[in-house]
Design a protein around this ligand. Structure first.
Ligand SMILES: C[S@@+](CC[C@H](N)C(=O)[O-])C[C@H]1O[C@@H](n2cnc3c(N)ncnc32)[C@H](O)[C@@H]1O
Length: 357
């Protein structure tokens, strides 16, 4: 890493406070979620500047006064609410907790996908396997093989998280993708078909093939059929962890969005080498990722570092949200080069355009 990240500038008192926030984080997380789910924060917010007392909240929510009290007192320490003469009022953080979609998506993903499994993080790191996935959900090799069969709440929060980030990015990408009028696109790890559908709706000539696991393709086929785009979007069922499975040739663009972070560095090399084999000198490989070093806001970097541990413990045991320099090194090692870097797409994405050396 060629830059310095972080510092050690906190006073001892602030550092001690920070350490306690970490020590109690899972407890406070559940308290914040209860304040959100029981609509206590919403009720406090609606009371505006006047504020609201505990017994009134208890009546409105049908939660005991004791329950409302312990949650709100935790809320004071989390700076979700403040209190003046027994009247509770919302803070900006409390407001974000109930109104910001990103916070909701991240919180649901933490709770429904990660929370129980995180108890086994240390085992996952020691074994290089997603022990959280194995203990809580089942003995799959990776979460991707299991997605189609996961409990409904897991699927809702997993897709909510995945789509939130990509939904923002896809619309503004269309101009970039169709600049050279591609006729054929390979959407590697195309999931439920959102990107492919967006492309096919944007351009009435383009043909797209989605490469993904059969479970995800079944979801994609339903969405494609519903949009009557099955004459131009098809699927190619494949387990991309199998190094012997080459990609179809002849595409003008090979597209990988929020995809390479699902793989270890060695696996990425194999995927890039197979991309190379499927490319000619004009083919462009587009890699869309959220790199933790490319973030404008500390909230984004924090979210990405936490997301890495989802990969460690739930997804596959060996991948992560990458530093952009690590990804560029892998591209270079695969006989490809980065011809253009476009930053600040969507919430926090960077697009690497790559070509054959
Ligand atoms: C995080 S999702 C990204 C989805 C989509 N490209 C987007 O930007 O929202 C990763 C996708 O890669 C697929 N994938 C992961 N491992 C795979 C494998 N071994 N073989 C085929 N597809 C795989 C998953 O099924 C999933 O659809």
């Amino acid at each position: 890493m060629s830059k310095t990240y972080g510092d050690d500038k906190l006073s001892a008192i602030d550092a001690m406070y920070q350490a306690q926030k970490i020590a109690f984080a899972p407890i406070m997380f559940q308290a914040a979620k209860a304040l959100r789910d029981f609509r206590i924060l919403e009720i406090v917010h609606k009371s505006l500047k006047k504020g609201i007392k505990i017994d009134e909240i208890s009546k409105k929510t049908k939660i005991s006064k004791y329950g409302v009290q312990v949650l709100l007192e935790a809320g004071l320490s989390m700076n979700l609410v403040y209190v003046e003469n027994d009247y509770y009022k919302i803070t900006k953080t409390g407001y974000f907790m109930i109104s910001d979609k990103l916070t909701k998506v991240n919180m649901d993903f933490t709770n429904d996908v990660n929370y129980k499994g995180m108890f086994y993080l240390q085992d996952s790191i020691k074994q290089g396997k997603p022990v959280g996935l194995h203990k809580i959900f089942g003995k799959w090799n990776t979460v991707y093989e299991a997605l189609a069969e996961m409990p409904e709440q897991f699927r809702k929060s997993w897709f909510g998280f995945d789509h939130y980030y990509s939904d923002f990015a896809f619309p503004e990408l269309m101009k970039i993708i169709f600049k050279n009028n591609p006729k054929k696109i390979l959407d590697i790890g195309g999931n439920t078909g959102k990107f492919s559908i967006k492309c096919a709706e944007h351009n009435s000539n383009v043909k797209i093939t989605i490469l993904d696991l059969p479970g995800q393709l079944n979801d994609a086929y339903k969405n494609i059929k519903q949009k009557q785009l099955d004459d131009r979007i098809d699927g190619y069922p494949i387990n991309l962890l199998d190094d012997t499975k080459q990609f179809p040739k002849g595409a003008d663009i090979i597209w990988m969005s929020q995809f390479l972070d699902c793989f270890s560095e060695n696996q990425i090399l194999s995927l890039l080498n197979r991309s190379y084999n499927a490319m000619d000198k004009n083919t462009e490989l587009f890699i869309l990722e959220t790199y933790w070093d490319k973030q404008r806001f500390p909230a984004s970097t924090y979210s990405l570092h936490a997301t890495s541990l989802y990969f460690t413990n739930i997804a596959n045991g060996n991948s992560r949200m990458y530093h952009s320099e690590d990804m560029i090194k892998l591209v270079e090692q695969s006989n490809l080069y980065v011809s253009e870097i476009i930053e600040n797409i969507g919430v926090s994405h960077t697009l690497l355009k790559c070509k054959k050396k």
